[in-house]
Design a binder for this molecule. Sequence first.
Ligand SMILES: Cc1cc2nc3c(=O)[nH]c(=O)nc-3n(C[C@H](O)[C@H](O)[C@H](O)COP(=O)(O)OP(=O)(O)OC[C@H]3O[C@@H](n4cnc5c(N)ncnc54)[C@H](O)[C@@H]3O)c2cc1C
Length: 396
Amino acid sequence: MRGVGLWTEFIPRNGQSEHSGLEEILNASSSEVVIVGGGIVGIATAYFLGLAGVRSTVVERDSVGSHASGFAYGGLSPLAGAGIPGPVFPLAREGMRLHRELARTLPDETGVSTEYRMRPSLSLAFTEDEVREARKPLGWQQEQEGYQVEWVDAARAREIEPRVSDEVLGGVYVEGGAEVEPYKFILALTQAAEKLGATVRHGNVTGLKTDGGRVTAIVTDNTEIPCGSAVLALGPWGADASSWTGLDVPIRPLKGQILRLQAPGAPFDCSIGWAGNYANTKMDGLLWTGTTEEEAGFDENPTTVARDKIMASLLKMIPSLLDAKLVQHTACLRPLSVDGIPILGAVPGLEGVYMATGAGRKGILLGPGMGKAIADLIVKDAGDFPIEPFNPGRFG
Ligand SMILES: Cc1cc2nc3c(=O)[nH]c(=O)nc-3n(C[C@H](O)[C@H](O)[C@H](O)COP(=O)(O)OP(=O)(O)OC[C@H]3O[C@@H](n4cnc5c(N)ncnc54)[C@H](O)[C@@H]3O)c2cc1C
């Protein structure tokens, strides 16, 4: 069991240690593992550690799911995105597998519906360039087990969804993807993690304490929490960990905004997309549509400029939605690494410290896989799929 060196045994699933002295120490002051960040990645790590019988404490400075993990769109589409096809695909496939599993177990375990459901997607192309780009990965996508992927011409696109613009040239129709309501998902996952022994506490982490090259505690504004391992799941704030670990963590926030609309007409049966934008009727009955990619630092305020841009993209895809009424407007920050793929694994040269961030536009899909990968590393020093491409030390 790597990285849990202060205590060399597991606390069994029922939380009872055979050694009451050890248990008293753990109960009094610490967890075996402290996780910094209550986003989907941190909470998923706590959940999978709990399944393995390892107790953890999540330290969150705002509240669980109060940033991107609670306010994303919630699309689960493993066949496209940064690093897909490529090094991210095994992680995306694992994320999807875990989401399917969690869709079965979380509602029973917690009573919270995560609003998981299968959701086809129709990605539109309006120009010959967009057609060429959309067709490039088609062969590879069609080979992936569990998905139906087809190129559809304009007439077939409008058969699938009659309201799409009559200017489309065609699109890619995918069956096999799904969606969740991100806030309900993280709420359910948190409750399930707590039932498995995890604790969530409030605190702003400012550093780590080490002894002989190994972590011994995390430091907050007003206390220290001893630990055998520390997982840094800071999302877009990941660069703050550079000064704690001595490691270059080139992560920046990429702002995105979403509108929830009361839309006229029947609900949409599939997610309509174009050039990174999307629109879909979610289970709350509202049409969720987005998005933007903005370099705005850590500003999380919704803006009218973004609202107008999102509405323009929506009307390009579905012109009949001119009369849709705005119900809610949200903005949040994606954690984007300099090479666009996650930063996931053990921090070199600092025993017991793990980094898990950089999921970019895919963190709701990838989060469970990232959490499980870190839990596996801590518990058994190995995972079920390759994470070497995400090595936190790769930036030198
Ligand atoms: C508009 C938008 C739409 C999206 N849609 C999708 C989608 O459809 N599908 C998909 O898969 N992904 C989507 N994403 C991406 C996804 O939301 C993110 O990749 C994911 O939520 C990142 O999770 P995280 O846990 O790494 O970070 P976060 O959710 O940002 O969590 C990090 C947490 O760490 C805490 N923290 C930071 N520093 C400290 C500290 N020093 N001490 C204590 N706590 C700290 C923060 O308060 C925060 O709660 C979307 C993102 C955006 C912005």
